[in-house]
Design a binder for this molecule. Structure first.
Ligand code: ADP
Ligand code: MG
Ligand code: MG
Length: 894
């Protein structure tokens, strides 16, 4: 032990806060957790924080590293810190006259549902309850004590809630009481006896009545919860490493439930749904802890303006406790300008005195993140670059997707609170496991529940939207849905959910589980059926922030698109060119496919050429349309890539029809289809191999491209720069043969038309051999476009279409941390890309480099491409803004 023990003993395990000072501060989140670091910071700012201390995340790590034992010296530090709290509060732990009670709260670096729930009023015992009675009355003291037994037994000792509920219900029935408020101090004393007996019966040992034993029990339970299933799942969904650990915060209690001059609440310094600069929050008079979030009583709004906006009849805090309100607003302003970000705060009022219990940067919707970032930049609180970094690229997706059409007909089933904006359509389910199962099968589901808890995280993640019948704007469902970007309607009070019968009712109407509904999160409505959606507004704040992002980034962003509609959408989303135009997509058009088939089925080159001459004007028209839309922007056009059998019919009916229109017998057709059949088409007769065997196909396509470019140049004055891309090259020779044909075609077209245009010939790099040979291939290629979909398949030897069967197990066991078809496998495929880029550049320093796989729209992959110094990424139209923002983050985070 020697050395390590000594090293360890040098480390400070416990950090105190309170009384206007603190050992820690907000920059120490890694060590103190978010909650602890911010409690320390608030204490330093002189805000009214009940004194306490934080046991560090390093203790959590040491605890697990040493087989669940605490590092030496921890007890002594806890004792000392507890003494300091006693001195600061003038109370003492375990004391019969003036007992110190504490809360024990978990707090990781990032806020984490799934961790142990907070235990309040710890330190109550047969002895200390008498002290509390002297201060706050007998009834209050014994009610608090029985709540504590219930909470501690549940959270720390794992005794189920209903054990206690039964006891209380039975007791009330026997006494003929309706409400808890009818219970007297003596009734609570009796309940305490029964509760303790029940705990002893279940656990085989008595409820711990020694405050110190309680304290260590709770501390150990917090550290234990770091490794529970819910926490592990949450970490997985959010990329939080297990090594981070959690801290434990022990804090002196303040009571929000000591009558009508006490209260508890939560607030945001700006509206977390819209981003509007209004003080936003909820509170409950005479309540404690999580009563606001739990949705047991419906909380009242904090400010008059919110109360009016929500049409609430209850007195807002602004009127119920005007002085406290004023102070709270001042604290909120202090916190926001100190942290330079929107804050999410928890407060409690004990007998008209305000206490701050938590602050953190508030979770917000994408719409709110955008508005807050742009507003704060114009307020001068942050600069434009910081504003760009405030919006996460992945979050942007929410802003780019449709909302409900303003003129759509709405048949409202129920109206609740607009807890998280956006619209979604799906089938109603009542259970999180079921939601996850159906989503796995590709169904769109809406999760409908009375309320949600951390156990529902997987169901909420799987659902398109969430509806609850209970709970306010800061309930679990609301907070989590906003974080995940799921539309959410909360507190739909008239909604009755009956999972046993598989139905839900509202306003006298009954619907079944599985019925399709539309959720309007912005209005808080659940609507009958699937309703029309409209495209989002991309001007205003969005335009401004994207302009700042564009100023910051180096990497260019292109799009993968071939239809005029997609190309147009991508241009509006800011695409700077086309990185991948898949010509074969143009072949599937109903009018064209027969011509394509007659080309494939032609007996000889002559027959093929006849069909190709019919295809030529069609393709030329397509390309001309694309060049017209893209104006001077570069367009990479890939020559035919997929195996030809993909264009042939598969069913008997279709076969007969196609045979008839092609003027051949069904047998001939079948024979030809059979000849084209391949046992492994992904590695078969496709890509440039088609060009090698049927050069006339590539020649036709090249001609269509150049004729279209010349035509548009003449028509419009723009100078299109076609980039002709040869797919699936493995050797320089393949490229040389095909490039010669493309060059010859260009020359012919230019001399026929008398117009000469600039153009490039390059290749798609999607085979490991091509990466190895990149230095040679670059002698012939003016550009490389990394086709990372196929390059991932060919490098990993995994077919994307069959990967579903095992990739999940691979992810679960951490073999590949992420789906390599979504996020680029940086250490494998990424290394090949890097090597090819280096070798290519060595041969041809000005070679253009980009990627055009799905990865081009994945933020982490975009950042990786930036680090390799690629010139551009190319992605589907809807991901263009995400890639632009990710590229800006990459540049700003350098
Ligand atoms: P979470 O991480 O789930 O927000 P918290 O540790 O913040 O959990 O605590 C849960 C609830 O208990 C909150 O409403 C908080 O305000 C309340 N609470 C925590 N500590 C105290 C305390 N010392 N005095 C009064 N209320 C407290
Ligand atoms: Mg909690
Ligand atoms: Mg909290």
């Amino acid at each position: 032990m020697g050395d390590t023990a000594q090293q360890m003993s040098k480390e400070q395990w416990v950090y105190s806060f309170g009384g206007g000072s603190a050992d820690g501060n907000t920059s120490m989140k890694n060590l103190l957790g978010g909650k602890g670091a911010n409690l320390a910071e608030m204490a330093r700012l002189g805000l009214p924080v009940p004194p306490g201390f934080t046991i560090t995340t390093a203790v959590c790590t040491a605890y697990y590293d040493n087989g669940e034992t605490y590092p030496g010296g921890l007890d002594a530090e806890v004792d000392a810190a507890l003494k300091a709290v006693e001195a600061e509060t003038g109370k003492s732990f375990g004391d019969a006259d003036n007992p110190l009670l504490v809360s024990v709260r978990s707090g990781a670096r990032a806020s984490m549902p799934g961790m142990m729930d907070t235990v309040l009023n710890l330190g109550l015992s047969e002895i200390t309850v008498q002290g509390l009675a002297k201060k706050a009355g007998e009834r209050f003291a014994y009610d608090s004590y029985r709540r504590f037994i219930q909470m501690y037994s549940n959270v720390v000792l794992g005794v189920k809630h209903d054990v206690f509920e039964h006891i209380l219900d039975d007791y009330k029935e026997r006494q003929d009481y309706q409400l808890d408020t009818e219970m007297t101090a003596d009734d609570w004393k009796e309940i305490i006896v029964q509760y303790k007996a029940a705990v002893k019966k279940q656990l085989g040992k008595p409820f711990p009545d020694d405050p110190r034993e309680q304290l260590w029990g709770a501390i150990t339970a917090v550290f234990g919860s770091w490794m529970n299933d819910r926490a592990i799942l949450y970490r997985k969904l959010n990329d939080i490493p297990a090594e981070w650990g959690t801290a434990v915060n022990v804090q002196s209690m303040v009571f929000g439930n000591m009558g009508d001059t006490s209260a508890t609440g939560v607030a945001f310094t700006r509206d977390p749904s819209t981003g509007e600069k209004t003080f936003y929050g909820e509170f409950l008079i005479n309540a404690q802890g999580e009563d606001v979030v739990a949705g047991i009583r419906t909380p009242a709004p904090i400010s008059r303006s919110r109360a009016d906006a929500l049409g609430s009849d209850e007195a807002p805090l602004e009127e119920a406790m005007p002085k406290v309100y004023e102070e709270l607003v001042e604290v909120a302003n202090t916190l926001e300008s100190h942290y330079r970000d929107m804050q999410d705060i928890e407060f409690t009022v004990e007998d008209n005195k305000l206490y701050m219990l938590q602050t953190r940067n508030g979770k917000r919707t994408a719409a709110a993140a955008l508005k807050i970032a742009v507003d704060m930049a114009s307020e001068g609180l942050i600069n434009e670059e910081e504003a760009v970094l405030r919006l996460m690229p992945g979050q942007l997706d929410q802003l780019l997707h449709p909302t409900i059409a303003p003129d759509a007909k709405r048949d409202v089933i129920v109206k609740g609170l607009p807890a998280s904006p956006g619209a979604a359509v799906g089938k109603v389910v009542f259970d999180s496991d079921e939601a996850a199962e159906l989503a796995e099968k590709g169904e769109d589901v809406i999760l409908m529940r009375v309320e949600t808890s951390p156990e529902d995280i997987h169901g909420m993640h799987a659902a398109r939207a969430i509806v609850t019948s209970r709970g306010g704007m800061t309930s679990h469902a609301a907070v989590v849905a906003r974080g995940m970007g799921r539309p959410c309607v909360c507190g739909a009070g008239t909604l009755q959910i009956d999972p046993a019968k598989g139905v839900f009712r509202s306003g006298g109407r009954e619907f079944k589980k599985g019925d399709v509904v539309t959720i309007d999160g912005a209005e808080g409505e659940v609507l009958v059926g699937a309703i029309d959606m409209v495209q989002p507004d991309l001007s205003g704040d969005f335009g401004k922030l994207m302009e700042w992002a564009d100023r910051a980034r180096r990497l260019k962003v292109r799009t993968n698109a071939e239809t005029p509609a997609d190309v147009e959408t991508a241009k509006n989303f800011g695409a700077e060119g086309i990185g991948l135009c898949r010509t074969e997509h143009m072949f599937f058009d109903a009018e064209r496919i027969p011509v394509v088939r007659s080309m494939i089925l032609a007996e000889d080159k002559k027959g093929r050429e006849a069909a190709l001459s019919k295809l030529l004007p069609m393709q030329r028209g397509d390309f001309a349309e694309i060049f017209r839309i893209m104006e001077d922007r570069p367009c990479t056009i890939r020559l035919l890539d997929p195996p030809l059998h993909e264009f042939l019919p598969h069913s008997e009916d279709e076969m007969a029809e196609v045979a008839k229109s092609a003027g051949v017998s069904v047998d001939t057709l079948k024979r030809q289809a059979n000849e084209l059949h391949e046992s492994n088409p992904m590695l078969g007769h496709r890509g440039c191999r088609l060009g090698i065997t049927y050069p006339e196909i590539y020649e036709m396509q090249a001609r269509a491209i150049f004729e279209a470019a010349v035509q548009v140049a003449k028509e419009t004055g723009y100078k299109p720069v076609p980039e002709v891309m040869i797919p699936l090259v493995a050797t320089q020779k393949e490229l040389d043969i095909l490039k010669a044909k493309v060059d010859a075609t260009a020359k012919a077209v230019f001399s026929e038309t008398g117009t000469e245009l600039e153009y490039l010939v390059g290749t798609m790099i999607e085979l490991p051999r091509a990466c190895l040979q990149a230095g040679k291939i670059a002698e012939s290629a003016a550009f490389f476009s990394f086709g990372t979909n196929d390059l991932t398949q060919t490098t990993l030897g995994i077919s994307r279409d069959d990967a579903a069967r095992f990739l999940k197990a691979y992810e679960e066991q951490g073999i590949y941390e992420k789906d390599p078809f979504v996020t680029l496998d940086q250490t494998g495929v990424g290394e090949l890309v890097q090597m090819a880029a280096e070798r290519g550049r060595k041969t041809r320093p000005d070679i253009k480099l980009g990627i055009c796989g799905e990865h081009g729209g994945d933020p982490a992959s975009v950042m990786f491409c930036d680090s390799l110094g690629l010139d551009y990424v190319s992605c589907s139209p809807y991901r263009v803004p995400i890639a632009r923002l990710a590229a800006a983050h990459a540049a700003l985070n350098k």
